[in-house]
Design a protein around this ligand. Structure first.
Ligand code: CIR
Length: 252
C-alpha cells in the first residue's frame, strides 16, 4: 500500500518562510480544514496516512516534502535550504528509518524536496535558492547506484522546481512555461497551465490520479480534457505560505 507521510499544521504557520510572496494572514482554522480535506484525498487515492509528531514550534513543518526524498531502496533525509527548517528533519528521519535505510544530505549541500522532480527513473534537481550543486551531487551519489539518473534543472521566478513543473505521468508534466523550460525534461506530453493561473503547475500524482488545488479551474479543465482524473482540494490558505499540494506529503 502507498504511504503518505504528513504532519499537522503548526499554529505558528503565520511565521513561515516567504520568498516570493508578501505576507498575508493565514486563517489557521481554515488551513486546518483544508489540510483535512487534503488528507481525505490522499486516503481516497489509496494512501495510508502516516502522521508525524506535530512540531508546533516549527512554522513550516507541515511542508514535509522538503525534508525527504524517498525511493524504494532508500530514504534521503535532506538538508533544507532555509536554516529555520533544518530541525524538521529530525522527526522525519526517526519515522522513516522504520521503513527504509537512510542516507543524508550533508553540509555544504542544501536540498529541498520541493526542488526534486521525479519523472519515472529520472530525477531533476532545481538549482534554486534552496538547493545547490553540492546537494544535487550528493543526491546523485546516493541514487545512481540504484539505477536512477540525477540531473540539474533550471527554474526562475518561483520558490521550487515543483512550483513550476510536476510529473503527471511517467512521460508527462504539468508546467508553467514562464518559470521553466520544459524541453529539459524530454517528455512526450506537456500540459501547460492556463496563463492566468501561474501557480497552477503543482499537482500531486498518486495512483494515476491527480490531487489538485481547486483554485485553478481553467488548468483543471485542461488536465481533464487531456484525460487525467483530477481530485480537487481547496488549498488557498497554505498557498499564502508558498505551499501547494505536493509540499504537504511524502508519498512512497
Ligand atoms: C518555505 O518557504 O519553505 C515554506 N513557506 C513553503 C515550502 C513549500 N514547500 C514546497 O513547495 N515543497
Amino acid at each position: 500500500m502507498w504511504k503518505a507521510l504528513t504532519r499537522e499544521i503548526s499554529p505558528n504557520i503565520n511565521s513561515c518562510e516567504l520568498t516570493h510572496l508578501n505576507r498575508e494572514p493565514i486563517d489557521f482554522e481554515a488551513a486546518q480544514h483544508q489540510h483535512g480535506l487534503y488528507l481525505e484525498a490522499l486516503s481516497a487515492c489509496g494512501c495510508q496516512i502516516l502522521p508525524l509528531t506535530p512540531e508546533p514550534d516549527l512554522p513550516d513543518s507541515v511542508f514535509v516534502e522538503d525534508t525527504a526524498v524517498v525511493v524504494d531502496e532508500v530514504a534521503v533525509i535532506t538538508r533544507p535550504g532555509a536554516s529555520s527548517r533544518r530541525p524538521e528533519t529530525v522527526s522525519v528521519a526517526k519515522h522513516l528509518e522504520a521503513f527504509k535505510p537512510l542516507a543524508r544530505i550533508e553540509a555544504p549541500g542544501i536540498l529541498d524536496g520541493g526542488d526534486v522532480l521525479r519523472i519515472a527513473n529520472r530525477f531533476f534537481v532545481g538549482l534554486s535558492s534552496r538547493s545547490n550543486q553540492d546537494g544535487l551531487e550528493q543526491l546523485r551519489t546516493i541514487l545512481e547506484p540504484h539505477g536512477y539518473v540525477v540531473e540539474a534543472a533550471t527554474v526562475t521566478g518561483c520558490l521550487h522546481l515543483k512550483s513550476a513543473v510536476t510529473a503527471i505521468g511517467n512521460d508527462a508534466v504539468l508546467a508553467n512555461p514562464a518559470w521553466v523550460d520544459v524541453d529539459q525534461f524530454a517528455v512526450s506530453k506537456v500540459v501547460e497551465v492556463d496563463p492566468t493561473e501561474g501557480y497552477g503547475a503543482n499537482a500531486l500524482l498518486v495512483n494515476s490520479r491527480l490531487i489538485y488545488p481547486a483554485e485553478f479551474p481553467l488548468t483543471r479543465r485542461r488536465l481533464e480534457e487531456a484525460g487525467f482524473e483530477v481530485i480537487t482540494v481547496p488549498a488557498s490558505e497554505l498557498a499564502k505560505a508558498e505551499g501547494a499540494v505536493t509540499c504537504c506529503s511524502v508519498v512512497f
